[in-house]
Design a protein around this ligand. Structure first.
Ligand code: 5GP
Length: 233
């Protein structure tokens, strides 16, 4: 059995024979509110892995460099070893979630320009919102790295928006993570799935993402299956 290097809320990371490659295993766990709400949904890991691999392949084809080497099976991917920046990188296209809660802003407003946010990835402090100067002062990334991450994230937003619109889904907001190889190359890492994106139906605004679990308004597995079905059409 391969050595378990790290276990997160929804994933395990294993070593491989090669020092610069890892295996990521997707679990069935779902958490919300910084782990306060926790449940298991049979098949969630498979759905997320399938959806995320399709999206990462699409992004790679469009010139975005990612950690993904190949999908090994339903739940596991082989990835390039990276050191993950302790940053949650968020884009907002439509107002909702913590943006509205924090600022008292109205929900559902289509933003003229996407909002780029960064949070310090640290559960003990509730992933606080930070700016470039905070990230640099905390040694989380350099100014040049943040500039690259911002530019890459805005490009990913345009690609994802177009991808989901074809599926009749609006990309409301999303969170992504980046990592750095030993050579200093910055790659898109982690995953892109309904766990990390908010997706609303174009006509009805029905939610097709983890908010159905966060807000107890629907069946998570059926919701994620519906997203995958639209992707496979
Ligand atoms: P908000 O800041 O409004 O809660 O979230 C903004 C976007 O980032 C949403 O699409 C949400 O799913 C995603 N997001 C924020 N924090 C996390 C997190 O810790 N894990 C995951 N998977 N997604 C997150």
């Amino acid at each position: 059995m391969a050595e378990l290097l790290y276990e997160g809320k929804a994933k395990q990371v294993y070593a491989t024979d090669k020092a610069d490659e890892y295996i990521i295993h997707n679990k069935d766990d779902a958490t919300a509110g910084n782990g306060v709400k926790h449940d298991q949904f049979q098949g969630k890991g498979v759905l997320n892995n399938t959806i995320s691999c399709i999206i990462f392949d699409m992004l790679e084809e469009a010139g975005v460099k990612t950690h993904l080497i190949e999908k090994i099976n339903e739940r596991d991917v082989l990835v390039k070893k990276v050191e993950i920046f302790a940053l949650e990188v968020i884009i907002r296209n439509i107002t909702t979630g913590s943006f509205c809660k924090r600022l008292g802003a109205p929900e559902g407003v289509v933003l003229e320009q996407p909002i780029f946010e960064m949070s310090y990835k640290n559960d003990d402090y509730g992933d606080p919102l930070i700016n470039d100067d905070h990230a640099i002062a905390m040694g989380l990334a350099s100014r040049e790295e943040i500039a690259f991450i911002r530019q890459e994230t805005l490009k990913i937003n345009e690609l994802l928006k177009a991808f989901f619109l074809e599926l009749n889904l609006k990309l409301v907001d999303f969170k992504i993570e980046f990592g750095k190889t030993e050579d200093g190359e910055i790659l898109l890492a982690d995953e892109i799935s309904p766990d990390s994106c908010r997706l609303w139906d174009v006509e009805t605004n029905q939610k097709y993402d983890k908010d159905v679990f966060r807000q107890d308004i629907g069946d998570l597995i059926e919701t994620y299956k519906a997203v995958l079905a639209r992707m496979q059409k």
